[in-house]
Design a protein around this ligand. Structure first.
Ligand SMILES: C[C@H](N[C@H](C(=O)O)[C@@H]1CCCN1C(=O)[C@@H](N)CC(=O)O)C(=O)N1CCC[C@H]1C(=O)O
Ligand SMILES: [Zn+2]
Length: 620
């Protein structure tokens, strides 16, 4: 008898949980559709009304999550053996700030985030007394194409004055409310701790630090080479003895990708292309279908926003959208005809391919194995797509450069995006985690930001910074509340996958010449991982790709990235020695960024002194 009731109890608890989860799956998909649609309506038409509607839906979703977390906590996990069921119930209860019962404060968080992201997306940076321009495509194009130091500095400063500076007063309350909400349940130290929990690893923070340190020598050699070439172009007077590079002459508004200054760094027969916007998306789709992955569904072409509307304000920052109903997947991008934009098209479509791969999983599992995996999938085809052979195949390049200088040129061009990015991808959340921890307070937000930018990236601001500036706010993901360490993880993982897929595809030769285009063996192996979604801890997803290849592992490893760039590192070391270029920069000094006690201390003392004199003068 006992045996029967015991197994019946087991079955009844598990059966009840399964029945609950089936009902939950439908309810959550429905409300997420409404919430996502409200977000889309706001981002493709920024008004007070569409912001209010989005905030309403984000509160409705929080209420739903709060209620269902309570329902799921009803089940006795000790009576459920099935790991899949307990993982799903755990995800129903992992609701972050929605566990906070103070809905007034939750609404305030949503309002603040919507307001800051709205400031970012509608900001126009003034490049002189009469001309103010949006970030995309205008300011982005100036930074990419101008070779005039002062013109670049004006665009760089104008953007920061119109974006970050305008939202600085909102960020402290945003941080405090997020921390208050996430600490309520007592499961997380602060909001940064909650973001890091997506990686399901207690050693995650030290693991990424170790990876960053392993990659630093490669970055320092690239930095030294690029600094020498830019010094030749702009004049040594623009380069301080500390060894830093001015932040605004690297071809990108945030100095995160240096490919736009390739023409200064090396001659490269980089043909323009007679492309249209639609052709850019068709070329990207063709890559994915060529390796056996999905094509874009009909609604993608009907509902996406692929060009900047002329009649309203929108979020131009490109993004991919999963509406969770297995039919509606979109990209929102103010697409323009540039190489960089063609890569972004591949990036956003890579996210859609991941959405399509896991669309039949329970809703709770329709996510990247970890956030870095989603970004890695978005980027993986760019390692094949940009090879000279491939560019020739699709008419982007007339001829493949000769083996040797072509190799170095090609590797240098790849390094300007994949290596130059590493310290940037790493430092944004170093800053944000220190803010959430309370180690960085509002009056040193900007100084901490530049400490990290100077220390890790070896760049400095061309225009003197003050604590009235809020340069972190000039980068989309900060006002957008989007974690960033996922991109650093992605840049490491994508090379592990590239190495494994080239092995599976039996493509020999150097890693940087491997192109998995048209190779369905590689595509099948990749898809085997994608369709796991977040159903299993991400180490199992990593092993799904690396299994059977010599890089077989379930962990992050920098080795494949270092292998890919090893021919370039040798060339850079040789080149830097030849010009006896000193590697690195003074990591503790940052030109144009007075230290906090210096700047605010000095200015505070000066201001008080001035005040006393003024009052005294009144009484004379
Ligand atoms: C241009 C790209 N836009 C993001 C991305 O595509 O990752 C957008 C905005 C934030 C998240 N996002 C999404 O689309 C997610 N919905 C994807 C998903 O997780 O499903 C971006 O921000 N990038 C690309 C390279 C480095 C970084 C940058 O430009 O700094
Ligand atoms: Zn992405």
């Amino acid at each position: 008898l006992v045996g029967t009731t015991w197994s019946q109890t087991l079955v009844s608890e598990e059966a009840a949980a399964i029945a609950y989860l089936e009902e939950y799956d439908k309810l959550t998909a429905d409300i997420h559709y409404q919430y996502t649609e409200a977000g889309w309506i706001y981002e493709t038409n920024i008004t007070d009304e569409t912001l209010a509607n989005m905030t309403d839906w984000s509160l409705k979703l929080s209420d739903f999550n709060y209620r269902e977390a309570k329902n799921a906590s009803r089940f006795d996990m000790s009576k459920i053996n099935n790991q899949n069921i307990t993982r799903l119930l755990g995800k129903v209860m992992d609701i972050g700030t929605a566990a906070f019962p103070d809905t007034v404060k939750l609404r305030k968080i949503s309002d603040l985030e919507g307001e800051m992201a709205g400031i970012y997306s509608t900001a126009k940076g003034c490049i002189n007394a009469t001309t103010c321009l949006p970030l995309e495509p205008d300011l982005v194009n100036i930074i990419a194409n101008s070779r005039h130091y002062e013109e670049l500095a004006a665009a760089w400063k104008g953007w920061r004055d119109a974006s970050g500076k305008k939202m600085k007063h909102l960020y402290p309350e945003y941080v405090n409310l997020l921390n208050e909400a996430i600490k309520f349940e007592g499961k997380f130290e602060d909001m940064g701790d909650y973001y890091r929990s997506d990686y399901e690893s207690p050693t995650f923070e030290s693991d990424v630090r170790a990876l960053f340190q392993e990659l630093a020598p490669l970055y320092e050699n690239l930095h030294a080479y690029v600094r020498r070439k830019l010094r030749q172009h702009y004049g040594a007077d623009k380069f301080p003895t500390t060894g830093h590079i001015p932040a605004h002459i690297l071809g990108n508004m945030w100095a995160q990708d240096w490919t736009n200054v390739y023409d200064i760094l090396a001659p490269y027969p980089n043909k323009g292309s007679n492309y249209t916007i639609t052709r850019m998306y068709k070329v990207a789709e063709d890559f994915f279908t060529s390796i056996g992955l999905n094509k874009m569904p009909p609604l993608f072409w009907e509902n996406s926003m692929l060009v900047k509307p002329v009649d309203r304000d929108v979020f131009c920052h490109a993004s991919a959208w999963d509406f969770g109903n297995k039919r509606d997947f979109r990209i929102k991008q103010c697409t323009s005809l540039t190489d960089e934009q063609l890569l972004t098209v591949h990036h956003e479509m890579g996210h859609i391919i991941y959405y399509l791969a896991y669309q039949d999983l329970p809703y709770l599992y329709r996510d990247g194995a970890n956030p870095g995996f989603h970004e890695g999938m978005a980027d993986i085809v760019t390692l094949s797509f940009q090879t000279p052979e491939h560019l020739k195949k699709i008419g982007f390049l007339d001829d493949v450069p000769a083996q040797n200088e072509g190799d170095i040129n090609f590797l240098l061009r790849m390094a300007l995006s994949k290596v130059a990015f590493l310290p940037f991808g790493y430092l944004i959340d170093q800053w944000r985690w220190s803010v959430f921890r309370g180690d960085t307070l509002p009056d040193s937000y900007n100084e901490k930001w530049w400490d990290l930018r100077c220390d890790f990236q070896g760049i400095f601001p061309p225009v003197k910074r003050t604590n009235a500036d809020f340069d972190p706010g000039a980068k989309f993901h900060v006002p957008g509340g989007v974690p960033y360490i996922s991109y650093f993880v992605s840049f490491v993982a994508q090379f592990q996958w590239h190495k494994a897929l080239c092995k599976v595809a039996n493509i020999s030769g150097p890693l940087h010449r491997c192109d998995i285009y048209n190779n369905t063996m590689a595509g099948t192996r990749l898809n085997d991982m994608l369709k796991m979604g977040s159903a299993r801890p991400w180490g199992e997803a990593m092993l799904k790709i690396t299994n059977g290849t010599d890089g077989q592992t379930n962990k992050l490893s920098a080795a494949p990235l270092l292998e890919y760039f090893s021919p370039l590192l040798k060339w850079l070391q040789h080149n830097n020695r030849k010009y006896n270029e000193t590697l690195g920069w003074d990591k503790k000094k940052c030109p144009n960024v007075p230290s906090a006690n210096g700047l605010s201390g000095n200015s505070r003392i000066q201001n008080i002194g001035f005040l006393i004199t003024a009052i005294f003068a009144l009484f004379i």
